[in-house]
Write a protein that binds this ligand. Sequence first.
Ligand SMILES: [Zn+2]
Ligand SMILES: [Zn+2]
Length: 373
Amino acid sequence: MSAQCPACALHQIVPVEIYAREDGTWHQLLGKGTRPASTVTIDTCPVCFGAWFDPGELDLIGDGEVDKLLREPAPTRTSERVCPRGHGPMSEVLCPQVISSPVERCDTCYGLWLDGDERRRLAAASTREGQGSRREQLARRGVIWAVQLLTHLPVEVENPARGTPWAVYTLLAGYLLFFLAEVQGIVYYRDWAIVAGAVVRETSSVHTLFTHQFLHGSWVHLLGNAYFIYIFGDNIEHLFGRLRFALLVIGGGLVGGLIHVFLTRATATPMVGASGAIAAVMAAYLWSFPKAKLFQTIPFLLIQVKIPAWVYLVIWLALQFLMAFFTDTFEMAWFSHIGGFSFGLAVTPLVLRGRRRRVAKTVAVPAPAYARP
Ligand SMILES: [Zn+2]
Ligand SMILES: [Zn+2]
């Protein structure tokens, strides 16, 4: 199937092959090794993690009769999303014995669309399994596949549409090199840092609006910023493309620097760091993945965690506060965060709109008729 994702329209739907292990859990089939006897292919969106199920596919994965249950109810309303098989707008149906939230169904081909968080809710609903009546238990058996799919989240963890985030790696290597060069005395802090008072007075220090974002004042400062670029940057790089991502980062740093200079023009305290650039990436992330609960591997610790985007944001803000307290030689970079964040908020919708158009051109099924902001 070649179609634009009916939910986010930011990517085409990608087939993902999954297979059942002996313990009954489903995993994504990756690369080499012996091929399992039977596999099931489901169509998913790598950006919003929604999934399309053709009739029968749900029952193939589980062992219940969810398909039949979801086929019965009359539509409550017409959805604004279109069937990826090209049958026009889907319907919203309610099927409380299977899932508490409405599900999108095509009333022509009876395919089903489940959002990423709907799949999660399916899992949450079935944790009380065994507490309900026997009839309910039977109905829930059919959605156990969802729990299995969710426990391992093969689609989210190993995303087939993602490559290596080279722009992020280049940026991190650059930050490290410049920091080492500073430690070695090759690059001078005073030449690269923004001093708001100086930028206002002398044209000779205008370049610092650009250079300050590549320099960091300490290992803590460097590692803190590297962490956030790594966490959020890879998703945004894949969504935006490398060049646009690079422009977002550099633009965020630049706008952050400008705002900093305008708002603190009398100060003589130097300011360095990629915080403005990171703020732009975070704004792009929150705009692009508002409901994201992504598995992320924490660098160095290599622990995989699942945290909602807003939690990241709070941690990030807290870290900025800490940074401002413990690195007292630097001007608190709040204004540069505001600048970078605003820049990210302003350009992301434009980039996303462009991306939706490009994806629509590459797939056979026409794009949704509605226009998302
Ligand atoms: Zn999507
Ligand atoms: Zn259809």
